[in-house]
Structure formats: structure tokens, C-alpha cells
Design a protein around this ligand. Structure first.
Ligand SMILES: [Zn+2]
Length: 413
């Protein structure tokens, strides 16, 4: 029997999250009556899925609390996820869905592809926690700022020429004749490695000069402001210089960014929903007190340059958007349902997680009455097995926004 069940989800309290109920994550979490919000603590990420670091929990009819993975195993993984999903991804839930609420920038990072993830996990299981790749999509919920992918090569060369503190920090570790930009990948590789290998004291001094110089300018453009903000949040951190190497994008709510393996990125500010393969493998380059694995990073980056990878949604109606990046593990869909309106949610083949981002809703399913819910409030998270169509109606004179992550239709084509 394909039953929709509620998930109790866990927040990650990373230091970069917004505090207390200022955080969208805490607001969503507070829908769960078992959770007390601490106003002095950061709430960075809400994790919806079965990742062993913070698994979502299902409360069964006889009041047992099972992790989502245990629940799937107890009720038949194949009947809940579908044979094709289990054949492709094994007997594990195939994606991790998140909400992020950002107060200070996240580290500059990149994620390994499947082969590298397996190798890193075998060699350094304490650092790289699982054997999976981590392609990810981020969809802005508020105005959202991020650094992502290398800028066009000519822009990078120009910045290195025009920003003396950046130039000095790179040239401290590499001779000029090694910086030949006729081979773009090699050039960028050399620039990144040189920057990351320059002595931390030299970087600190150069950043201090840069920040003083920008502060004294009578006008400051967006990039100047970004450099000041990053330096205020991570004083003396080499990652601040990456503002000149990576595209700086400011996304409107509803815009989405897809990050395949090997793309450098850092989310800077705003709220987003994020979906990824069920992995926590991060290789960091800066804006972090954590380990910077320079050799692994330099080796794994794609060194693609140019426009950042925005994903165009497929829209079936005015209130709908479907983001389908080029991976099999996941796609993400949003519905905005007006006050008093009804919306039928098509049965698609992939198993799904539904998040009620705002408003209160009722769910009905004429074919499967076990899936009727009278009232689901903002912050409710549901697991929906394969082949489970349902209808949503907004209640209490409010509109509602739903985000649905599911295994991609690409898998079934
Ligand atoms: Zn990432």
C-alpha cells in the first residue's frame, strides 16, 4: 500500500546559518512540536532524506520512530521506491533535499565525481564521509548571492593585472613565465595552486592593503562590496581573492543554479532549497577554518570558464516550475497555490519528498483514502512513494508554496 508519511527532519547548526527564528530553517522546523528553537543558535540547513549523518524520522502507527532508511527496509524498499530506482542506485534513498538559510558565506568548495568520491572515501574516510558524487541544484527562495564557476578567462587575466594585491599574492608562489594563458586549464590550475600555497601571512598583509584601498574609494561597485563583506566575515582568508576568479551572481527568487562535479562555488547570502545526491563530500579552498585539501582540489576542478550554469525551468502552468538538471538522482518542482485553490499533483514515477514551504494545506486522494490529511501546516515534510497521485487544497485563507524533490524522470526514459 503506497502510503504518504510525515517526516521529522533534522537541522544542521553550522556557524554560517541565521540565528533562531530569523532562520527559515528554524521557522520550518518549529512546525514539528517536538523541536524547541534556541534563539541564540544558528540554524543553517534542514536535511530531508536518509543520509546517515542526519536522517529524517518516520513515526509509525504504533508510535515507533524509524529512520527513513529503516522505514523503507521495514515496508519493502522496492515497493516504495520502485524497481528501477533500486536497480540504478541500490537499496538506499537516492537524494538529499535541503533548505539553507545563510548569514555568512559558506566555504569555497567543489564536489568530487563518482570515481574520485570512491577513491577519497577509501583513502580518507574521516574526511570524505561517503562514496558518492554530489551534483547539486540550488533554487533561490530569497534574493540569493553566490560565487560559482570560473569567470571568462579574459576577465580573470584583467583582474590579475588590475588588482595589485591579487597579483602579488599569486606571484609570491610562482614565476611569471609559468603563467602562460595560452592553455586555459593549466593557467587557472597554476593560479589557484599558487594562491593557495602562498604563505598565510603574506595573504593576510595583501588582503589588509586591498581592503584599506577599497574602503578609501569614494564609490564601490558590487564586487568591491563583496570583497569587503567576505573579508569582514573571514578576515585574512585567501578565499576572499576568489571573488576575482569566480562568477559573482545575484539570483532572484525562483532562479536555479546547477553545480556538476568539479565546479568551484560558494554561496554568499540568502535562502535556498537545495537537492543533491546523498553525499556530504566537500573539498574546500577558502572562507573556512576547516581543512583545505589543495592538491585534491587543484586536481579535480574542471577549469571550465564562462557564464554560470543557471537551469531553465519547465513550466506547465503559471504557478508551476520544474527544474530537471542532467543527473538521474533528482529533479525539483515548485507549485504556488493561491488562497482557496486546489491543485492536483500528478503521479510521476519517482519517489518524492514534499515540503510545505508556506501556508496550510489539505491533501486528498480519492483512490487511496489512507493518504487524506485534514491539515498540514508550514514546515510539514512528507515522503511520497512511487505512483501516488494526490490533490492539494489550500486552507485557512492563505496561499501555499510546495517544493517537491523526486527521482528524475530521466531515469525512466
Ligand atoms: Zn556545494
Amino acid at each position: 500500500m503506497n502510503k504518504i508519511v510525515k517526516l521529522h527532519c533534522v537541522a544542521q547548526q553550522y556557524s554560517w546559518g541565521n540565528y533562531g527564528l530569523n532562520s527559515t530553517v528554524a521557522q520550518l522546523l518549529s512546525a514539528d512540536s517536538c523541536v524547541k528553537i534556541d534563539e541564540s543558535a544558528p540554524y543553517a540547513e534542514l536535511w530531508m532524506g536518509a543520509h546517515p549523518s542526519a536522517p529524517s524520522v518516520v513515526e509509525t502507527d504504533d508510535h515507533k520512530r524509524l529512520t527513513l532508511q529503516q522505514y523503507l527496509e521495514a515496508n519493502g524498499i522496492e515497493s516504495l521506491l520502485g524497481k528501477q530506482v533500486v536497480d540504478r542506485f541500490g537499496a538506499v534513498f537516492p537524494f538529499l533535499f535541503k533548505v539553507l538559510s545563510i548569514r555568512t558565506a559558506l566555504s569555497i568548495q567543489s564536489h568530487p565525481d563518482s570515481d574520485l568520491a570512491k577513491k577519497l572515501f577509501e583513502k580518507f574516510p574521516d574526511i570524505y564521509k561517503d562514496p558518492y558524487h554530489k551534483p547539486e541544484i540550488a533554487i533561490a527562495l530569497t534574493p540569493f548571492k553566490a560565487l560559482c564557476g570560473f569567470r571568462p578567462l579574459n576577465d580573470i587575466i584583467q583582474f590579475i593585472n588590475d588588482v595589485p594585491e591579487l597579483k602579488a599574492s599569486i606571484h609570491a608562489s610562482i614565476e611569471s613565465d609559468k603563467l602562460d594563458h595560452s592553455n586555459c586549464s593549466l593557467y587557472l590550475n597554476n593560479v589557484v595552486v599558487a594562491l593557495l600555497k602562498t604563505n598565510a601571512t603574506v595573504i593576510k598583509e595583501n588582503l589588509a592593503t586591498l581592503v584599506n584601498r577599497i574602503s578609501a574609494q569614494s564609490t564601490k561597485n558590487d564586487l568591491d562590496q563583496l570583497v569587503l563583506v567576505l573579508h569582514e566575515q573571514y578576515p585574512g582568508d585567501v578565499g576572499v581573492f576568489f571573488a576575482y576568479l569566480l562568477n559573482y551572481i545575484q539570483m532572484a527568487p525562483g532562479q536555479a543554479l546547477f553545480l556538476p562535479a568539479g565546479e568551484p562555488h560558494a554561496y554568499v547570502a540568502g535562502d535556498c532549497v537545495e537537492c543533491m545526491a546523498p553525499s556530504d563530500n566537500v573539498v574546500r579552498a577558502g572562507l573556512t577554518p576547516k581543512l583545505k585539501d589543495v592538491d585534491t582540489l587543484a586536481h579535480m576542478l574542471t577549469y571550465n570558464t564562462g557564464e554560470p550554469p543557471l537551469v531553465k525551468p519547465i513550466c506547465e502552468s503559471d504557478n508551476h516550475a520544474l527544474f530537471r538538471p542532467p543527473v538521474d538522482e533528482f529533479e525539483v518542482e515548485s507549485y504556488h497555490i493561491s488562497e482557496g485553490a486546489e491543485q492536483s499533483i500528478k503521479s510521476r514515477r519517482g519517489p518524492a519528498i514534499v515540503l510545505v514551504l508556506d501556508g496550510n494545506i489539505q491533501i486528498s486522494s480519492s483512490l487511496q483514502p489512507q493518504n487524506n490529511f485534514d491539515k498540514l501546516i508550514k514546515g510539514t515534510v512528507l515522503f511520497v512513494p512511487i505512483d501516488t497521485p494526490f490533490t492539494v487544497k489550500t486552507i485557512d485563507s492563505k496561499s501555499s508554496t510546495l517544493y517537491i524533490a523526486r527521482v528524475s524522470e530521466r531515469l525512466f526514459k
